[in-house]
Design a protein around this ligand. Structure first.
Ligand SMILES: CC(C)(COP(=O)(O)OP(=O)(O)OC[C@H]1O[C@@H](n2cnc3c(N)ncnc32)[C@H](O)[C@@H]1OP(=O)(O)O)[C@@H](O)C(=O)NCCC(=O)NCCS
Length: 150
């Protein structure tokens, strides 16, 4: 099936918010996505679209030579089809073209699917933020990709 990765627009916000809510126990308020699209100059926002449907989202912040993955999800009905992999690769490649050399993120300790995907990309686990997530006090694992190579 044809997958298109493109910049997020205001027209995507309804579907983006729905995917976010299906994917996280602490979803972002819808106005946060709006802010990222319209008001945050550091923000690099992507969606994956399949046959007219938004099936994935990724929000990242480009700060000098670092790209911080802020949130990233694939609709539950479309997982394990390499959509996440393609979204992340696209975001990293695009950031690299803008001068990003490294990337970092936080991930829930229990999120083995995401940790596995990041490891595949070369991210290393290099820190823990104890009790970072407010809903259940779970730790965040900090992961860093020292050199973006795609
Ligand atoms: C993490 C997430 C974005 C992955 O998206 P996806 O499109 O399903 O992932 P892909 O099909 O591209 O998988 C790429 C690789 O990631 C790993 N992976 C993905 N899902 C996995 C799972 N459920 N269990 C173990 N490994 C998994 C595998 O290594 C996989 O490669 P493989 O299929 O060759 O084994 C998706 O599971 C998701 O939206 N989860 C909820 C939100 C979330 O946790 N976001 C990340 C926050 S830090």
């Amino acid at each position: 099936m044809n997958l298109l990765i493109r910049k997020m627009t205001l027209d995507d916000l309804e579907q983006v918010t729905a995917i976010d809510q299906l994917s996280f126990s602490l979803p972002w308020p819808p106005r946060s996505f709006q802010f990222e699209v319209t008001d945050n100059p550091a923000s690099r926002n992507w969606v994956a679209e399949m046959e007219g449907q938004t099936v994935g989202l990724l929000v990242a912040w480009l700060i000098v030579d670092e790209i911080h993955i802020a949130t990233f999800a694939v609709h539950p009905n479309f997982r394990r089809q390499k959509i996440g992999e393609q979204l992340l690769a696209h975001a990293l490649k695009s950031a690299s073209a803008e001068g990003a050399l490294k990337s970092f993120l936080e991930v829930r300790a229990s999120n083995h699917a995401a940790r596995e995907m990041y490891r595949k990309f070369g991210y290393l686990e290099d820190g823990i933020r104890k009790g970072y997530y407010k809903d259940n006090g779970e730790d965040a694992i900090l992961m860093t990709l020292e050199r973006i190579r795609l």
